[in-house]
Write a protein that binds this ligand. Structure first.
Ligand code: FMN
Length: 354
């Protein structure tokens, strides 16, 4: 399997399967001397972990990270940062029904066809459990990036939509409810909808919005490695993601250039921010904001037609402990992947000018 490493200088390589001994990673290229707040890392892991509320999977994992190298007396040493998170709450028999059959819209069929061998327990490597390792690396990247801030929140669940402009959202409210939507009224409607969908044995999708503040001008390499292209790749590499848009996005196609252009102030900032903080693939110092669309989870607790490895039609019903809607848990994953992209570009920036 290729492609387990992300980044150019600030690099994360991850390993592990959902029901193996542990998942973990190696962070290469993190500068030496960075004082680490280990509690902040654990806090981000807790925001992603299963079992944290009634509206997520009831799998119980403590998701405690154990650092193996690269940190001495609370600071990074510049050497590879190795870390592991033990898997402690596997129930592999919940997955025996998918040993020889394929969940529709999951990764079972393509893994079998591609590799000819598949650790079906908990979805193996295709499980979003892998994203816990991204959260660890992203939490370190966030600390490296300070005073830059990266905040994500849930902006829609199904057709329930938070219409507030990202720059007007009160970010201090995000963690005040289980959904991680900063509007308490819409959050409670979203929570009720997720509970209803779960009761029906079904699942639902949603959107996570991310806003990044206090950026310098000049992050992003303007040809193949444009800042928005790397953010797009980072987001689209997260399990269950179906769409990415930044700045004015798809709605921007509906207005004219005379309305869309961001006019300058004399300090180089702009009066509007339809560009979403990126022009020509380079950060322009304005806030970056983008949306990430997550599909309804593939594993539903209803009978569905599918096929088995002998290409026979069979019926399947989902079993085990699954998320009815991934967006509340996806919020720290989106932040982490954004932090990895920005930390990498902050180090690459040294080629800008003397
Ligand atoms: C935080 C998070 C939790 C997820 N939980 C589940 C789950 O409980 N059950 C499931 O079938 N898929 C879940 N997924 C999605 C699958 O990992 C994903 O659909 C699968 O790997 C196939 O990949 P694809 O949907 O990107 O094509 C989750 C995704 C995320 C981001």
């Amino acid at each position: 399997m290729a492609g387990n490493t992300f980044g150019t200088i600030f690099k994360l390589t991850t390993f592990g399967e959902s029901h193996g001994t542990a998942i973990g990673g190696i962070i290469d290229g993190c500068p030496a001397g960075l004082e680490l707040n280990l509690q902040a890392i654990q806090k981000d892991l807790d925001r992603r972990k299963p079992g944290q509320s009634e509206i997520v999977t009831q799998r119980k994992e403590s998701d405690e990270v154990n650092f193996l190298s690269g940190i001495f007396e609370g600071k990074t040493t510049g050497t590879p940062i190795g870390f592991a998170i033990q898997n402690t709450n596997q129930k592999s028999k919940d997955y025996s029904h998918i040993q020889n059959s394929y969940r529709p819209s999951h990764a079972d069929y393509v893994y079998d066809e591609k590799y000819g061998v598949r650790d079906y327990r908990g979805g193996g490597r295709s499980s979003a459990r892998e994203t816990a390792t991204r959260v660890v690396a992203g939490a370190i990247a966030k600390q490296f990036l300070a005073p830059m801030t990266i905040n994500a929140y849930v902006s829609s669940v199904g057709s329930l939509d938070l219409k507030t402009n990202p720059s007007e959202v009160d970010l201090s409210k995000i963690e005040e409810n289980h959904v991680r939507c900063p509007d308490v009224k819409i959050a409670s409607e979203m929570e009720a909808l997720i509970k209803q969908i779960r009761k029906e044995g079904d699942t639902i999708g949603g959107v996570v919005t991310c806003i990044i503040k206090n950026l310098p001008v000049g992050l992003g390499e303007p040809v193949f490695d444009k800042l928005h292209a790397e953010l797009g790749k980072a987001m689209l590499s997260i399990n269950a993601v179906k769409g990415f848009e930044y700045g004015s996005g798809f709605k921007g196609t509906q207005i004219k250039g005379s309305e869309h252009n961001d006019l300058f102030n004399t300090d180089g900032s702009t009066k509007t921010n339809h560009s979403g903080g990126v022009q020509g693939g380079i950060s322009n110092g304005m806030n970056i904001y983008f949306n990430v669309a997550f599909k309804p989870v593939a594993t539903i607790m209803q009978n569905q037609d599918t096929i088995n490895s002998n290409r026979e039609q069979v019926e399947m019903q989902g079993k085990g402990r699954h998320d009815p809607c991934v967006v509340p848990r996806a919020v720290p994953i989106v932040e982490a992947m954004a932090a990895l992209v920005l930390a990498d570009f902050s180090l690459i920036k040294r080629t800008n000018k003397i």
